[in-house]
Design a protein around this ligand. Structure first.
Ligand SMILES: [Zn+2]
Length: 245
């Protein structure tokens, strides 16, 4: 697989939950270097809806505004002690197939109507949970995601091998209070094999699963200097789809 601009590797920077600091800090820092990224919005959240017009403008400037579901359901049985924010009603182990289908469809429709039509919009599984019911069944969730999206992001590290990656299970590194060296190391690990690193951020400079803004900026400089192809997850996934045999 050859990357555009003869880049040695591809990097997609992704930001979850539609936090306001993504608009106020991450996007200005990205655009200073001409980079575009992917922002996964939880479409039912008040903080997302309040900044709807700003998200729409970001989309129009070339960022990907992807889906992170409508209400952010997760599996409580993935935790030894379920976190307090994970209300009973949002626990996927109790969900029937028609509910996950409505959930994914509702978010896709909101993004289409409020942010803009994007036939290549991708999905990020909240908490990287890909199944419903008990015992866990991936089938109904997969089917719901496939109906509206051609690619989806999970956790699990990486980097992804463009020759073999399952585009509905793109692996990503969760960034939890990372150092610059750690992030640069993740990205550099993709260079030898011409791979694709996906980073999963939450807050930039705020409080929630934070990455310090200075670390974020230092990483962007590193990617610019290193000649990486930095592009939204949508664009890299599409490049792979259209170029692999
Ligand atoms: Zn999330």
């Amino acid at each position: 697989m050859r990357w555009p601009f003869q880049a040695p590797a591809a990097v997609s920077l992704t930001y979850d939950d539609g936090l306001p600091d993504n608009l106020d800090r991450a996007i200005p820092d990205l655009e200073d270097l001409g980079f575009r990224a992917t922002f996964y919005l939880t479409t039912g959240k008040r903080c997302v809806r309040r900044r709807r017009l700003d998200w729409r403008r970001a989309f129009e400037r070339g960022h990907e505004i992807g889906s992170h579901s409508a209400s952010h359901p997760c599996r409580a049985d993935a935790y030894a002690r379920p976190p307090r924010w994970l209300a009973r009603d949002l626990r996927l182990e109790g969900w029937p197939p028609d509910r996950i289908s409505r959930e994914v469809g509702e978010a896709a429709l909101w993004l289409k109507e409020e942010i803009g039509d994007d036939p290549w919009r991708t999905y990020a599984y909240p908490c990287c949970a890909t199944s419903i019911g008990s015992p866990p069944d991936e089938g109904p969730y997969d089917e719901a995601v496939r109906r509206h999206h051609f690619a989806a992001r999970v956790g699990g590290g990486g980097p992804n091998d463009p020759g073999s990656v399952d585009l509905l299970r793109v692996r990503s590194f969760p960034c939890v209070h990372p150092s610059f060296r750690e992030l640069a190391g993740y990205c550099d690990a993709a260079r030898p094999g011409g791979g694709w690193t996906v980073l999963m951020f939450h807050s930039i400079g705020g409080w929630r699963i934070r990455t310090r803004r200075s670390v974020h900026r230092e990483l962007l400089d590193h990617l610019a200097r290193g000649g990486f192809w930095v592009a939204p997850l949508r664009d890299v996934a599409r490049h792979i789809l259209e170029n692999r045999g």
